[in-house]
Write a new protein. Structure first.
Length: 331
């Protein structure tokens, strides 16, 4: 069993199911006939054997006894909380063109980034029925874009839609004041904060993904319903973007996006300085919670964010539905 397949990293809350034996923890139900059992706790070590903290107890489970590992939210999360956070995140990265169709928010951004060119189900009545998908398809076809859905897996599982599942993304959150206090109040490097990105910031972020159209990238990253901050260190050796938007329940969220550090400069605290500066900026703009998104396969970044103090809120997965005549793909 590969723990990485579950998307879990050290610090996550997980359920581990395993075969009972002399080298595994006893069945918590005390069932003498049980062949398997499970344990829910915080993952302490995934290098083998797997170590889990359950309450005040540490348990060790050999890899060859594990049959499944399921990733859980850091705290119990209601579906309504997923929707409200997704509302705030969509408002912070809405693309340059958007429209509501049957409870879905459709976003287009000249094909630059999946997030700005995907449809997300934000209302309770949003369903991936044939009529809705037809209208969604027509909207994207009018913009010469493929249809891409961003499906929060607790709301609409990818299996509910015929198509090709794509990248899974983890939505990580933290209490903003607690996170800022934990990572330190003053950046160890000088961080510039601007209201618009300069050419160096855009060049660092796009990395050639703008397909020769930097104006497309600029349009996407400067769109948003609330205040924006573009952070950079030196000659854009490290960058980040901050946004503050309000969710339907009235919570003000700081969104951290476009976090990037020059590979040759990593390990020197640049990224941490960017996060410190942007969290201070978010507090100054009335935010009380913070989120960021990281691909589940990016275990290095995911582990670093957990060490900072972020925890999993929920996951979503991109999916390209089976649509006749849909153009190209978006990366």
């Amino acid at each position: 069993m590969e723990v990485s397949r579950s998307g879990a990293v050290v610090g996550d809350r997980v359920v581990v199911r395993y075969l009972l034996g002399d080298s595994t923890p006893a069945d918590w139900r005390g069932d003498p006939a049980a062949a398997q059992s499970d344990v829910t706790g915080v993952l302490l070590d995934d290098t083998g054997p797997l170590r889990i903290r359950r309450d005040d107890e540490e348990l060790s489970i050999p890899f060859d006894a594990i049959t499944s590992v399921r990733l859980l939210s850091a705290k119990p999360v209601r579906n309504s909380e997923i929707r409200t956070l997704e509302h705030a995140a969509a408002a912070a990265w809405p693309g340059v063109d958007s429209e509501w169709i049957d409870g879905w928010l459709l976003r287009a951004g000249h094909g630059f980034t999946r997030r700005a060119n995907s449809a997300v189900p934000l209302e309770r009545h949003a369903r991936p029925d044939a009529s809705t998908l037809r209208r969604v398809g027509e909207w994207y076809a009018d913009r010469d874009l493929p249809v891409l859905l961003a499906l929060p897996e607790r709301l609409i599982p990818p299996t509910a839609v015929a198509g090709e599942p794509g990248v899974e993304v983890q939505m990580l959150t933290a209490d903003l004041s607690e996170l800022h206090a934990r990572i330190g109040g003053t950046p160890s490097h000088t961080v510039r904060l601007e209201t618009v990105p300069d050419t160096r910031w855009l060049g660092a972020y796009t990395g050639g993904r703008a397909s020769g159209r930097p104006e497309a990238a600029a349009g996407v990253v400067t769109a948003g319903d609330g205040p924006l901050a573009f952070a950079s260190i030196g000659d854009a050796a490290a960058i980040g973007r901050g946004s503050v938007t309000e969710s339907p329940d009235g919570r003000r969220w700081l969104g951290l996006t476009a976090l990037w550090t020059d590979p040759g400069r990593r390990g020197g605290g640049l990224a941490a300085s960017v996060v410190v500066a942007l969290t201070a900026w978010g507090i100054g703009h009335g935010a009380d919670s913070v989120y960021l998104q990281v691909e589940s396969g990016n275990r290095l970044a995911g582990s670093w964010y957990r060490r900072l103090g972020f925890g999993l809120h929920h996951t979503y997965r991109y999916l390209a539905p089976d649509m006749p005549g849909s153009p190209g793909s978006i990366r």
